[in-house]
Design a protein around this ligand. Structure first.
Ligand SMILES: [Zn+2]
Ligand SMILES: [Zn+2]
Length: 178
């Protein structure tokens, strides 16, 4: 039984490259923390323990314009983030995005199937042209950004002083300039 479960896991890991639903980054286990998908967990550990959120420049050389904002606490899914931390995360993301890109800002959280890093992170970038779709809800501010319950991601941008929240997508970061 164990063998089959392991084999199944390996097949799944190969098929769904970038899927973080089986993350095992464990601070008490240095070997587990050395895994590639635990890289942002290691970055979080370098931050002061009393920090709520922190920024990182995206280390991917193919995404030279990207920044990330992350919670200091180890959490993999937005649904597990306490509401105060969630507000701090979205507020920080939007402030940084505005500072970098003015009205052209966008922030995006990928769905659980399209993330190559276990530690929760929000992408900050410049919204590409012609990304608008009819699938959005309008909210007043970061406190009202809904939490996807189905493991999908979302992206957010500003329209006429309000926020558009586009939900239901896995590869949400594709609306942002690399
Ligand atoms: Zn972590
Ligand atoms: Zn929109």
């Amino acid at each position: 039984m164990k063998y089959f479960r392991l084999a199944g896991f390996l097949v799944l890991a190969l098929l769904l490259h970038g899927d973080v639903r089986n993350c095992v980054c464990d601070l008490a286990n240095a070997e587990s923390m050395a895994a590639r998908e635990c890289g942002l967990c290691r970055e979080a550990e370098k931050q002061p323990a009393d920090e709520t959120v922190f920024f990182l420049k995206d280390a991917n050389p193919n995404k030279p314009n990207r920044w990330l904002v992350l919670p200091r606490a180890h959490v993999h899914f937005l649904v597990d983030v306490p509401s105060e931390t969630r507000l701090a995360l979205w507020t920080a993301a939007i402030e940084k995005a505005k500072a970098l890109w003015g009205d052209q800002w966008g922030v995006a959280l990928n769905g659980d199937e399209r993330r190559s890093q276990c530690h929760l992170h929000v992408h900050i970038g410049k919204l590409l042209e012609n990304t608008e779709t009819p699938n959005f809800v309008v909210v007043d501010g970061p406190a009202d950004i809904p939490v996807p319950k189905d493991g999908t991601g979302l992206w957010v941008h500003a329209v006429a002083g309000k926020l558009h929240v586009h939900a239901g997508e896995q590869a949400a970061e594709l609306v942002l300039m690399r």
